[in-house]
Design a protein around this ligand. Sequence first.
Ligand code: GSH
Length: 229
Amino acid sequence: MKLFELVGCDKDNGFSPFVWRTKLALAHKGLEAELVPLHFSEIRNTLEFSGSKTVPVLEDGDNVISDSWDIACYLEENYSDKPSLFGGDAAKVGLNLLSLQIGKSLLMPLFKTIAADIHDVLHDMDKDYFRKSREQRIGCSIEEAAEDFKTPLKLFKGNLWPYSQHLKSEDFLAGAAPAYSDYMLYSTFLWARGSSMKKIVDDNDPLVDWLSRMDQLFGGLGGQVKYIG
Ligand SMILES: N[C@@H](CCC(=O)N[C@@H](CS)C(=O)NCC(=O)O)C(=O)O
């Protein structure tokens, strides 16, 4: 199996939140994939064979699957003898909704919070492309985003509330054991951790203990991602 991922200057630091979802899903299933690191500028050409303009893309024998959600569904269906990622069809429908909620209420404000930091960790060849494409998305320049990160960070933190509340009574979002819902949220934090020094969770938040439980999974797969500096 091969997994195509996005990296910055450091080829060992794949920070895409969507690729993290796939890495964690593979680990949950006990599957290993060879990682193919790509810079933003290499994605389109390299992945032409897949029809995708974004990572993750997973190559599994003759099967080529793109989009983290489609990959998760593929793994669940084709590796059904391995531990379930979703916990049944009803839970799967809810996960699609959760993905949309995380996208709108967490990934969007967090992106604005860390956009300038991501720009800093990119390879020089990617910086112009990132600036042109992402400034449109965040509605301001990278420099303005660097200056005014506190407003989107406050929004991000406020939107963490339902997850924090849930984790007061549950070890994981999925209950007693982690599953894809946990990976969707956790990958959001790994994205920030691999690209930014900003502290995005308060010390007394129940998410802190959950993060430390998540960090220990799969031999410390996510826990190895250190705050960069
Ligand atoms: N919905 C897609 C989103 C994937 C995505 O946006 N990937 C970004 C990296 S985080 C990408 O490859 N962007 C390429 C580009 O912007 O040129 C998924 O879940 O896989």
